[in-house]
Design a protein around this ligand. Structure first.
Ligand code: AMP
Ligand code: ZN
Length: 114
């Protein structure tokens, strides 16, 4: 989708600080980091929101989780902990409509989230 910001990042048309690439997903640094480590893991394929995911997307979405955990382990903050978040639609605070898993780490998180 040419009008989707994250599809453009996947295509390389908009620069991003990529930290991970594989056949079905990429990971890149969030442009407005909310923690010392703030990375977004996204499927290469456009899925607008979690509401649009189907049973066929289970492996793809699970892959984002496993990839995020692997990155946290490699970067040395998996034992101290981290948070993964997927915002959906207005009340979830979603602003970019191409599903993305936030990985936040390197500081203690508050609960409940705002
Ligand atoms: P969300 O509010 O869950 O939709 O998250 C969207 C995230 O994308 C925000 O944390 C933004 O800082 C981030 N973001 C927006 N534009 C870019 C960009 N060009 N490169 C990297 N991250 C971005
Ligand atoms: Zn997209």
């Amino acid at each position: 989708m040419s009008d989707c910001l994250f599809c453009r990042i996947v295509a390389g048309a908009i620069p991003a600080k990529k930290i991970h690439e594989d056949a079905t997903s990429i990971g890149f640094a969030d442009i407005n980091p909310q923690a010392p480590h703030h990375v977004l893991f996204i499927p290469r394929r456009h899925i607008a929101t979690l509401n649009d995911a189907t049973a066929e997307d289970r492996e793809l979405l699970g892959h984002l989780m496993v990839t995020a955990a692997k990155y946290a382990r490699e970067q040395g903050f998996s034992d101290t902990g981290y948070r993964v978040v997927m915002n959906a639609n207005r009340d979830g605070g979603q602003t970019v409509f191409h599903v993305h898993l936030h990985l936040l780490g390197g500081r203690a998180m508050a609960w409940p989230p705002g």
